[in-house]
Write a protein that binds this ligand. Structure first.
Ligand code: GRF
Length: 205
């Protein structure tokens, strides 16, 4: 079976992107990272992707001003030009419109640094510490129009330790992010995860 062609969308450091690139090096991995796209030209992840000989593209949202639709059309054109099958958002810091999300429905994953549906949005580690939760973690989910919602594909947790700071907790969560994202992409590429097979509450059956 031919490998699915994947685009990873980033805005920054790209450590999850790197985890996906590393996983995709295995000959039995069902997907290849065919493209890395950043909306920020200075994203450090772009340098790393180029070092790995992966094709990169920049679709700079600033050049489109308020015209979100034009930005997303340019993004979509880049994906089409590289015959992309699946999209992984990995620290991509732009909200995507229902138009774009619908186009990639069932084919686009996101990783969020919390145990969804807890702590949607930003500053998840700080908020988890403030809430005093015993466990915290990360979630890979299908992208739907509502931000940080959508059927869950993979989730893993870590214990919150006494004395944890935002940084120490973030570092432990990041380690599990790097484990679950490649697993989730594998499941999607092999057809073991789909939006259609998900229950209404967003959990995979
Ligand atoms: C990760 O914590 C991810 O869960 C969140 O943004 C961060 C991106 O980090 N969506 P990186 O760019 O993958 O290193």
């Amino acid at each position: 079976m031919s490998k699915k062609r994947v685009a990873v969308l980033i805005s920054g450091r790209g450590s999850n992107m790197t985890a996906l690139i590393e996983a995709a090096k295995a000959s039995d991995y069902p997907a290849e990272i065919a493209l890395v796209v950043s909306n920020r030209p200075e994203a450090p992840g772009l340098i790393r992707a180029r070092e790995e000989d992966i094709t990169t593209a920049v679709v700079d949202h600033k050049l489109f001003g308020e015209d979100r639709e034009a930005f997303e059309r340019a993004l979509d054109d880049a994906l089409a030009a590289h015959r992309i099958d699946l999209v992984c958002l990995a620290g991509f810091m732009r909200r995507l419109s229902p138009w774009f999300v619908q186009r990639w429905r069932g084919k686009m994953l996101n990783i969020h640094p919390a145990l969804l549906p807890e702590f949607k949005g930003l500053h998840t580690h700080r908020r988890a510490l403030e809430a005093g939760v015993k466990r915290h973690g990360a979630t890979v989910h299908f992208v739907v129009p509502e931000v940080d919602a959508g059927p869950i594909v993979e989730q893993a947790s870590v214990a919150v330790r006494e004395g944890d700071t935002e940084d120490t907790l973030a570092a432990r969560v990041l380690e599990i992010e790097h484990r679950i994202y490649p697993r989730a992409l594998r499941a999607l590429a092999e057809g073991r995860a789909s939006i259609a097979s998900s229950a209404e509450d967003g959990q995979l059956s």
